[in-house]
Design a binder for this molecule. Structure first.
Ligand SMILES: *Cc1c(COP(=O)(O)O)cnc(C)c1O
Length: 395
């Protein structure tokens, strides 16, 4: 076991490495939730995506901004980051000398734009409205900018979230925005996001075709084209097509719109890089028949389970072992006093689960830590590193 370097000593970075999750339980016997980060899994996911994607990979920081996660991604070779706020930009800029942040939020405060440009030297800004374009030009002075127009794409049934519901210019507006940005001397680009956990690879090709139409109509000469995130991972209740299928569709889509070879292609993956790389170790605080009361829930690390229908694999860990071989379905209740704080569905666990046992929940690297609240005084923020295999997927 290694102890943390001095600079990682603040509470959110009790960076300790363990051979496996069992060793974490033995060493800490944690009564609070612990994220178990698997650096090798994370590095492999990042390298795989970078190998397969025909362009530049920007990690979507919002998906899991923990410094230990970003450190591993940087070590794996990720140098570009999709950021949406000044704190995210600062985090990238200050921790990673060769990291580049891109300002991908279509609605930004004036002071934030000014700071992003003057303090951090950010060149790339997403806009989806003429007023936002004006704002960016006014606050930066308009020199040396790449204005990326976020294009609205139709809702996709196979995606868990419709990320174009709130943002994105309709094709007519996007044409106008590209022309306006170009007329004011900016380099231009186009971006879209098909929705997170998108299970239909063909959606990317269709979105690229729409980009091609908009570019042609605008007579634009873009320097970049951004296919966004949305690449899915397997959950206990959800099989997904292989990443290769997505890349095939993207390649085909790019070929069909025949961009100049100098156009830089971006992707902004979040979930697909980090989901599998973190599990969550929770403790059973009380058992009432088939009801287990655990120390994390929908206001903490597991809020995504309550928002969309995602089920995670889970396994029991008991100090000294010896749990029953017979499984039974249990309901997991979160720690807050809100009666909504119950995880959907049931979890198959040994029938003799008891107070003090731990449960390791897998596939929780994405939109978990990032979404946790401090409701009722519970705030999960402890990360450790482990090197064993993540809990098995059963989909
Ligand atoms: C959230 C987000 C992403 C990451 O999406 P995933 O589905 O996690 O891959 C990428 N780009 C933008 C603009 C986003 O808002």
């Amino acid at each position: 076991m290694q102890t943390a370097p001095a600079h990682q000593s603040d509470k959110s970075r009790i960076a300790r490495s363990f051979a496996d999750v069992g060793s974490v339980v033995m060493a800490i016997e944690p009564s609070y939730p612990v994220f178990c980060l698997r650096p090798r899994v994370l590095e492999a996911a990042a390298r795989r995506f970078m190998t397969l994607f025909p362009g530049t990979v920007l990690y979507a920081v919002k998906c899991n901004p923990h410094p230990m996660v970003l450190d591993v991604l940087y070590r794996a070779g990720i140098r570009h980051f999709d950021t949406a706020s000044l704190p995210e930009i600062a985090q990238v800029h200050e921790a990673y000398p060769r990291g580049h942040a891109y300002f991908m939020h279509p609605v930004k405060g004036r002071a934030v734009i000014k700071n992003a440009y003057t303090v951090y030297g950010i060149r790339h800004y997403v806009v989806d409205h003429a007023s936002e374009l004006d704002k960016v030009l006014e606050e930066t002075g308009g020199e040396n900018l790449v204005i990326i127009v976020r294009l609205h794409t139709p809702p996709v049934e196979a995606a868990l979230y419709h990320l174009a519901a709130k943002f994105g210019a309709q094709p007519d507006q996007a044409v106008e925005l590209l022309r306006a940005a170009q007329a004011r001397g900016c380099d231009t680009g186009l971006a879209f996001h098909v929705g997170s956990q998108c299970r239909d690879p063909s959606v990317y090709r269709k979105a690229l075709a729409l980009c091609g139409e908009v570019i042609a109509r605008a007579g634009a000469d873009p320097v970049c084209l951004d296919v966004g995130g949305g690449f899915p991972v397997t959950y206990a209740n959800m099989e997904v097509p292989p990443l290769e299928d997505y890349m095939d569709e993207i390649r085909a889509g790019l070929k069909e719109i025949a961009l100049k070879p100098t156009v830089e292609v971006f992707a902004e993956p979040g979930r697909v890089l980090v989901a599998e790389a973190c599990s969550l170790l929770v403790q059973v605080q009380l058992r009432k028949d088939d009801q287990l009361y655990i120390n994390d829930g929908i206001y903490g690390s597991l809020s995504e389970m309550a928002q969309v229908d995602l089920r995670m694999p889970a396994r029991l860990i008991r100090l000294g072992g010896g749990a029953s071989e017979t499984a039974r379905a249990f309901v997991l209740n979160g720690p807050t006093c809100d009666s909504l704080d119950v995880l959907p569905g049931t979890f198959e666990l040994p029938e003799d689960v008891r107070e003090g046992d731990w449960i390791e929940i897998g596939q929780v690297g994405a939109y978990s830590y990032a979404l946790a609240t401090r409701f009722n005084g519970f705030y999960p923020e402890t990360f450790v590193e482990v090197d064993d295999a993540p809990p098995a997927q059963t989909a």
